[in-house]
Design a protein around this ligand. Structure first.
Ligand SMILES: *[C@@H]1O[C@H](CO)[C@@H](O)[C@H](O)[C@H]1NC(C)=O
Ligand SMILES: *[C@@H]1O[C@H](CO)[C@@H](O)[C@H](O)[C@H]1NC(C)=O
Ligand SMILES: *[C@@H]1O[C@H](CO)[C@@H](O)[C@H](O)[C@H]1NC(C)=O
Ligand SMILES: *[C@@H]1O[C@H](CO)[C@@H](O)[C@H](O)[C@H]1NC(C)=O
Ligand SMILES: *[C@@H]1O[C@H](CO)[C@@H](O)[C@H](O)[C@H]1NC(C)=O
Ligand SMILES: *[C@@H]1O[C@H](CO)[C@@H](O)[C@H](O)[C@H]1NC(C)=O
Length: 348
């Protein structure tokens, strides 16, 4: 990748407090998503029936408290604890692929809750009609799930800090895509965008381009580009992934998003922190806008103002995600609930 030293210097500046127009008092939905640990009256046992995607993690006793400060919450993966479990969690992928089965032969304690867990978009959740009238709660990135588990969120900093925008090369837009499919919307938008941006100013990575990018180099590579194409592989309700939180925000590249509508993103992140593909009537206009912003230092800087007041927090460890169930247990337990038509819920 070519470096333009003049540009590097230009962008190695500090953002100052007085640049601020966007207020810290703004409250995002996500701040209520992961509320402060509430003390539980009783110890809770959360039993994970099988590990998501077959990847096992160590579960030392008391991990919810020792690692995540969630008291009286015990995460287990030993199936012989079934009859004592307050909650049993089933990750959908292993169910529909036949790797694991629901323990329908066991007698289910009357107060035990079964959770349907998936952080995948609807298109990857197959055979849902087989699972009607089984689950009590859902756990997903959807805001209307019983246990809302976003891929990431912004957390208010306790003190204002400075932020240094990573130095930029000549790269205007960067895209990293592992499972490329030519007929996805994101691919269609990308190919149109390519027509309006000189190829030397676009960097694309992933197996399909013969330019794989290791996890180790991911953020430092993206950070050199002005914009990152945070294009979701599936456009579905509330589906916003690490493409936004990690690949764009943590890398220090401004996200150009394709996914749910702008108003949904604005529940999670400040309006001036991202560019939405839908803001433009054509991809040509989008390309022109990206060129303009990259050439205008002040305007480009403005997309980073939120860094002064917020940190990105990502949820990537299944153990942490599962411990969060305890935070919601008491409130959810007030009413009986059954998902009689899981298929319709997932696909709405
Ligand atoms: C809850 O778990 C802790 C730690 O295992 C144990 O010391 C305590 O006695 C338990 N409380 C109840 C009410 O079972
Ligand atoms: C699971 O729990 C049972 C009963 O408490 C115990 O006998 C068994 O050793 C446990 N299995 C593992 C793998 O820890
Ligand atoms: C789920 O339903 C499909 C048909 O929709 C069927 O072929 C499959 O065997 C079912 N799987 C289970 C586990 O019941
Ligand atoms: C951070 O900056 C904002 C806006 O300038 C100000 O209102 C707030 O009091 C500051 N907070 C701290 C902790 O310094
Ligand atoms: C994309 O192509 C695959 C086969 O390659 C097909 O199964 C799928 O339905 C297509 N999707 C769309 C949105 O056209
Ligand atoms: C959980 O769902 C089952 C249906 O599979 C239902 O019989 C049971 O009453 C539900 N329990 C709660 C506490 O909602």
């Amino acid at each position: 990748m070519k470096h333009n030293h003049a540009l590097c210097c230009l962008f190695a500046f500090l953002l100052l407090y007085n640049f601020l127009t966007w207020s810290k008092s703004m409250l995002f939905l996500t701040h209520t998503a992961t509320s402060q640990p509430k003390s539980l009256e009783h110890n809770l046992t959360i039993l994970l029936w099988h590990w998501p995607f077959g990847v096992h993690y160590r579960l030392q006793r008391g991990i919810c408290m020792s690692q995540y400060k969630i008291p009286k919450c015990f995460l287990e993966d030993n199936r012989s604890l079934f009859s004592q479990a307050d909650v049993v969690v089933f990750h959908h992928h292993e169910l529909w692929t036949g790797y694991s089965e629901l323990p329908l032969h066991l007698s289910r304690p009357p107060k035990q809750k079964w959770i349907w867990l998936s952080l995948e978009p609807p298109i990857n959740n197959r055979d849902l009609r087989n699972y009607s009238s089984i689950f009590n709660w859902t756990m997903s990135y959807r805001r209307d799930a019983d246990i809302f588990m976003p891929y990431g969120e912004l957390i208010a900093k306790s003190t204002n800090t400075t932020y240094v925008i990573p130095s930029k090369s000549d790269c205007l837009v960067c895209w990293v895509v592992s499972k490329y499919k030519s007929n996805q919307s994101r691919s269609l938008v990308f190919h149109q965008l390519k027509k309006h941006i000189p190829s030397r100013r676009i960097e694309v990575y992933g197996q399909w381009t013969n330019r794989p990018l290791s996890n180790k180099k991911l953020l430092s590579t993206i950070s050199q580009c002005y914009f990152y194409l945070a294009f979701e592989n599936s456009i579905s309700t509330d589906y916003i992934t690490e493409k936004l939180w990690r690949n764009s925000f943590q890398a220090g590249s401004v996200p150009v998003v394709l996914g749910p509508p702008r108003n949904v993103y604005e529940l999670y992140i400040p309006p001036g922190s991202f560019i939405h593909v839908n803001d433009f009537s054509s991809v040509k206009e989008l390309a022109a806008f990206l060129n303009q912003v990259a050439a205008d230092r002040k305007r480009y800087e403005s997309y980073f103002k939120w860094h002064l007041h917020y940190d990105v927090r990502m949820y990537t460890d299944w153990r942490e995600r599962l411990c969060h169930i305890c935070l919601h247990h008491e409130q959810l337990s007030e009413h009986k609930k059954v998902y009689n038509d899981l298929y319709s819920w997932v696909n709405r």
